[in-house]
Design a protein around this ligand. Sequence first.
Ligand SMILES: CC(=O)[C@@H](O)[C@H](O)COP(=O)(O)O
Length: 257
Amino acid sequence: MLTLYDVKLSSRLLLGTARYPSPAVLVDTVRHSKTEIVTVSLRRETAGGKSGGAFFELIKELGVRVLPNTAGCHSVSEAVLTAKMAREVFKTNWIKLELIGHQDTLQPDVFQLVEAARILSDDGFEVFPYTTEDLVVGERLLEAGCKVLMPWCAPIGSAMGPQNIPGLRAMRAEFTEIPLIVDAGIGRPSHATTVMELGFDAVLLNTAVASAQDPILMAGAFAKGIEAGREAYLAGMLEPRDMAVPSTPVIGKGVFA
Ligand SMILES: CC(=O)[C@@H](O)[C@H](O)COP(=O)(O)O
């Protein structure tokens, strides 16, 4: 079981809701994936004069927990305002805090992120910060009140998969008691398996599923990949070795010796 802010969950897959070919495909994908959490962008869905109303109703009807996000925010004030709007719309204190600092990489502005996380935590929000694998920033976010950390593994939408495995491994080693969710940059189920094998608690992804030729099938593939990685982590994997080790017993020796 995964526990996020005292909420117990069976699924370790969190799905984004943008870029699906149609609302019907989104609904079927969420159902097939068995995810229990979807993230929704307030700004994206209300941009360009859109009210977002019909889309937000559709999300509420999915029957899963909603994690609103502040995608597209570049300042503390924008992010705080968006979080407050999200709380009104979805009646939740959960917020995925995204504060973009670099236009090409969509890298988070970790300085503003910590500041916004503190303001929102003090206001009763339960903050899921989209961050980098920087250990010091992680520590500051925990001090600011976050009880979950969500490092990227590659730029949003890049599908590159884990770019800094030693960095992710160090994060797991440093924050042993904190739920760690890889958010952004996953491209394939095998990427999700890899980060779960490192001991991450869950994976949040959007583009790799929504932009697949068959999002429903792909969501199922990700769900299986995440489960496989989790079970392998729990089972305890062999460390790679330089030398060969015969796997068949030598004649005359006991099979179980
Ligand atoms: C949906 C969402 O919140 C994204 O900002 C998130 O970071 C997912 O990234 P990918 O689209 O790379 O999976």
